[in-house]
Design a binder for this molecule. Structure first.
Ligand code: AMP
Length: 539
């Protein structure tokens, strides 16, 4: 029976355990190596940022910002924060005189503390805070005159409680912070903050780490998930830059031997000076004609953001969407030339792609190239990477106009796909060999089975030498009978057992047992490492 603990990982979060973590490390190491060969350096970013960084960059009309972010107020004055929590969450309606007095005390304390914090500059003297203070004070005075004994008094108190709650909510009691739902905005923030535009351009950065979105968890979709991303900031928007970023991505997937991945590309033109706005208007006009046949989300998007209708997965809308105009036919000459050159450059690099005119991004700062990679074995959540050019973002965040392109790989999905592929090929080879059990390759090279005090000292020394030579070694801390030790070695899937008893130590000849076939041989101590190297290959 599984152990039941009081505590469990929060929904949508997971523990990653060995041996699976070895695969995560391999993936991340491969990214570091491949990205390094393309001149990218690692950037490590904070896990939380000001909320506004994301609401500005990702856009208020997106699911991520409107409903999926983990945000909170970082109370500048902790006591004020606690008082605000109490005042906001006080049960309404107030029933008894005692509750009423307690509530008034809290509100009075809140007013005093807010006043003090604003006067002492612990909180900003902003119009919002001044207004909040005034509103709470006014309502508190009215509240003080009410009595909850009488129905009218109760009614008045109820109204005051609501008004106070609202005013307290509006007060700026600290910074609004958010766990990062993605990292591109942070990279741009860092580029501006550290004046990286003064370095030789472009600046090429990659990051690896967790992101947080309050999505509905399912296979391949988590609330804490991991991305491996890269961004090229500054320099030119030459098609070679776009093609090289995509080439790097494909090289990475190639190095991981991930099979069956597909690359989709598109160009969404420029927002400024002209080609995309004209296309968006055309799309809106076409969509308006078929408004009645679309679902509520798409109907809303005709007004707010027609491009996003193209993202729709609603089955009944697919036939209609297929008849809509393609952006490729409406690009301005410069964007069309850029797109053609990107495709040509991809061919030059031997990158196989598919054009997908529905691959769009709904925000103004995205420009020209967009791309997406899908992998096998992931069901509906099959996108493992999304990317594109975003020449307007750095400026939107307060920097100078800066060309930029990047991508984010969903590491969880990539790992799922690799595992799926490994299982499929293990099953195939198992069937071919008629084997009954799939065994995972072991990471433990040598298990040292020792008996006797002398042997222990030798075993400790042997473990040290072997580990220094790069082998992974298990040394039982207490003496075990050889039979027990060897069965432990088996359970750990060790490749070799080094058997050290009094005889071996006094003779200087050590016994090495190959656990796969049970054969064993005697080796003089100095020959051991060389022998293991020859058997296990380079480490
Ligand atoms: P995005 O930042 O939305 O463009 O996503 C880039 C990639 O991150 C996607 O292609 C997915 O592979 C991955 N991803 C996004 N959201 C999640 C999630 N909630 N769980 C797991 N992977 C995700």
């Amino acid at each position: 029976m599984a152990n039941k603990s009081k505590f469990q990982a929060i929904k949508g979060t997971r523990d990653l355990l060995p041996p699976e973590t070895a695969l995560w490390n391999r993936v991340e190491q491969t990214a570091r190596e491949v990205f390094g060969t393309f001149g990218f350096g690692e950037i490590r970013l904070p896990l939380f940022e000001p909320t506004e960084l994301f609401s500005r960059s990702i856009g208020l009309d997106t699911d991520v910002v409107s409903k999926e972010m983990y945000s909170w107020v970082d109370n500048a004055v902790p006591r004020l924060g606690s008082l605000a929590d109490v005042v906001i969450s006080w049960p309404d309606p107030i029933q008894t005189e005692d509750q009423f007095s307690a509530y008034k005390r809290y509100v009075s304390d809140f007013v005093k503390e807010l006043e003090r914090a604003i006067d002492s500059d612990e909180l900003p003297k902003s119009p919002v805070n001044k207004q909040a203070l005034q509103d709470v004070k006014e309502k508190f005075e009215t509240l003080s005159q009410a009595s909850v004994d009488m129905p009218e008094g109760k009614k008045l108190a109820g109204e005051c409680v609501k008004a106070i709650r609202l005013a307290v909510r509006f007060a700026e009691l600290g910074d609004y912070l958010t766990l990062r739902p993605e990292a591109t905005a942070s990279v741009c923030r860092a580029y501006i903050e550290h004046s990286l535009q003064q370095l030789p351009q472009p600046v090429k950065l990659y990051y690896i780490g967790p992101m947080f979105r309050r999505e509905r968890p399912q296979k391949g979709r988590y609330r804490q998930f991991y991305q491996i991303g890269a961004e090229v900031l500054g320099g030119q928007d030459a098609p070679g830059v776009d093609a090289e970023v995509i080439e790097m991505l494909m090289t990475f997937f190639d190095k991981l031997d991930l099979e069956g991945i597909e690359l989709d590309i598109n160009s969404i033109g420029h927002n400024f000076p002209s080609c995309r706005p004209a296309y968006v208007e055309l799309l809106r006009a076409e969509l308006t004609k078929v408004r009645d046949q679309l679902g509520p989300d798409s109907q809303r998007r005709i007004d707010t953001n027609p491009l996003r209708v193209l993202d729709s997965k609603v089955e009944s809308e697919q036939a209609i969407i297929a008849t809509l105009p393609h952006i490729a036919d409406h690009l301005c000459p410069e964007c069309a030339a850029h797109y053609a050159a990107v495709k040509q450059q991809l061919q030059l690099r031997g990158v196989i792609y598919r054009e997908n005119w529905r691959l769009v991004r709904g925000l103004d700062y995205y420009t020209r190239t967009t791309f997406e990679i899908t992998a096998q074995g992931l069901g509906s959540q099959n996108a493992v990477c999304g990317g594109g050019r975003y020449d307007g973002l750095v400026e939107l965040l307060g920097g100078a106009p800066t060309r930029a392109i990047g991508f984010a790989i969903g590491e969880d999905r990539l790992i799922l796909s690799l595992q799926q592929q490994a299982r499929a090929s293990a099953t195939a080879s198992e069937a071919a060999a008629g084997a009954s059990r799939v065994t995972l390759p072991s990471s433990l090279d040598v298990y040292i089975a020792w008996m006797g005090e002398h042997a222990y000292a030798t075993a400790v020394r042997a473990a040290k030498d072997l580990r220094q030579a790069g082998f992974s070694v298990e040394l039982p801390p207490t003496e075990l009978k050889f039979g027990k030790a060897l069965s432990h070695a088996d359970k750990l899937s060790a490749k070799f057992a080094l058997i050290l008893g009094d005889n071996e130590v006094s003779e200087g000849l050590w016994t090495l047992k190959t656990l796969a076939d049970g054969t064993q041989q005697k080796l003089p101590e100095p020959a051991l490492i060389e022998h293991l190297r020859n058997s296990l290959g380079p480490l």
